[in-house]
Design a protein around this ligand. Structure first.
Ligand SMILES: CC(C)(C)c1cccc(C(=O)NCC2(NC(=O)c3cccc4nocc34)CCCC2)c1
Length: 253
């Protein structure tokens, strides 16, 4: 997968290309990356790529032309180097107005050959380039941030973890456990005693069926307590339904 980020701060993306599983996968060429700085396409000598908003108001707006040129350059790059299929390529604007990012969307994006991520700064981008050149707008959450780069890197991390061979076998099993749609169970490791607190006996029993059931019950209990909406519309396996009934019965008493 070839990912291009259109950003005023290309160096920020070292967080993804230089560290962790995404960094190792990048070094193994399991995915490719390029950053495009729209400042290089400024129409004026001084490199201005932002201007005051029509209609007044605080802050600045990113001008349409340098962004348009940057998007065209990104498309030209993967066409010239015949990377993947143009029809399996998409331009995504990370935006507070976007559709909420979720696992289904991450899975869909992970099947693309080319992904162009447009990152806003200031108060946003001139609407006219969004209307003509962006395929979809995606939001990572309902809170104010300073730019689209950190949202872009969160999206990249989630997408890249789904690519073949990016996660080692153990980690991909872990990924599967995360992707069961439930909150995670409590975790423990050595030492057995920490500040007078011990570890649930079942986890030291060596009885893997019992351990698996305990973990599933803890995940269900936590999900019901902290994020009950995650259970809505989720089809429950027989064991999950049985444990959930048990938990709900306990809570009624
Ligand atoms: C969500 C809500 C609180 C209602 C709100 C309303 C209006 C503006 C902003 C806001 O944060 N504007 C600033 C910018 N924000 C984002 O880019 C951004 C923000 C949030 C999630 C995201 N996912 O991707 C990119 C995202 C836009 C231009 C530079 C950064 C936030």
């Amino acid at each position: 997968m070839f990912i291009q980020a259109i950003t005023l701060f290309p160096e920020m993306f070292a967080s993804i290309t230089e560290y962790g599983v995404t960094g190792r996968a990048f070094k193994q060429n399991l995915w490719q990356f390029a950053a495009i700085n729209p400042r290089q396409f400024a129409d004026n000598k001084l490199g201005y790529i932002d201007d005051r908003p029509f209609g007044g108001g605080p802050g600045m707006i990113m001008m349409a032309s340098p962004i348009q040129t940057a998007i065209d350059a990104a498309k030209q790059h993967y066409k010239q180097h015949s990377i993947g299929q143009p029809e399996n390529s998409r331009v995504v604007y990370l935006s507070p107005q976007g559709a909420p990012l979720n696992h289904a969307k991450v899975q869909a994006l992970s099947r693309l050959d080319n992904l162009v991520l447009l990152c806003g700064r200031y108060e946003g981008i001139d609407e006219r380039v969004l209307q003509t050149s962006v395929d979809e707008e995606i939001s990572i959450g309902d809170f104010v941030v300073s730019g689209g780069e950190l949202p872009a890197m969160m999206l990249m991390d989630a997408v890249l973890r789904l690519l073949p061979n990016v996660l080692g076998d153990s980690a991909s099993a872990e990924q599967d456990s995360f992707a069961n749609g439930l909150l995670d169970c409590p975790h423990y490791t050595r030492p057995t005693e920490f500040q007078g607190m011990s570890v649930p006996e079942v986890l030291k029993s060596g009885n893997h069926a019992l351990i698996a059931e305990w973990r599933l019950e803890q995940s269900l209990r936590r999900t019901l307590q902290r994020r009950p909406e995650l259970l809505d519309g989720r089809c429950l396996l027989p064991q999950e339904a049985r444990l959930l009934d048990k938990i709900r019965l306990e809570q009624e008493q």
